[in-house]
Design a protein around this ligand. Structure first.
Ligand code: ZN
Length: 162
């Protein structure tokens, strides 16, 4: 899944979209490192457990990709729910209409929630711990010659601004 709007956004920014060289696991590790990233081997199990609980509490009536904030409170506590809502809005994982008390996942958010649902917290920890060569939404280290100015790689969890 490599959408045209992402390529256009990359080219508009004056960058080149490199061929995919990473697995979805590595894409997740890059996403986590960029979005949270200051766990240093101690914070990750807590961050991942909170994120997983947050996504597991999604589902409003017949809309599996939407949440009601009160269900998030039950799942992860109100302070954690609001910290995650804030960060995930910033990185375009969730979007909302009039208030993020009720919101839904973007295309990137759906990909993220689906991926995380397929792994345990322990598996996600291992995936993050094995990420030696991180890439970022605006900088890539995984090209044939490592870092290359102007190159970015595709990651289904980065904001694509469509
Ligand atoms: Zn890369």
């Amino acid at each position: 899944m490599r959408d045209v709007s992402f390529r256009q956004a990359v080219e508009k920014a004056g960058s080149q979209l490199g061929e995919p060289t990473k697995t979805i696991e590595q894409n997740f590790a890059d996403w986590e490192g960029h979005t949270f990233g200051f766990g240093y081997g101690t914070g990750e199990p807590h961050i991942l457990r909170a994120l997983k609980g947050f996504f597991d509490a999604f589902g409003v009536d017949d809309r599996p990709n939407s949440y009601n904030y009160e269900k998030l409170y039950e799942a992860v506590t109100a302070p954690v729910a609001w910290l995650l809502i804030n960060r995930l809005c910033q990185v375009d994982i969730i979007q909302y209409g009039t208030s993020p008390r009720f919101a839904w996942l973007t295309q990137e958010g759906e990909a993220l929630r689906t991926f995380m649902a397929s792994k345990t917290v322990g598996e996600l920890e291992d995936i993050i711990g094995a990420n030696d060569d991180p890439c970022y939404p605006n900088a890539c280290n995984c090209g044939p010659n490592g870092y290359e100015k102007g190159r970015v790689c595709y990651n289904p969890f980065w904001p694509h601004h469509h």
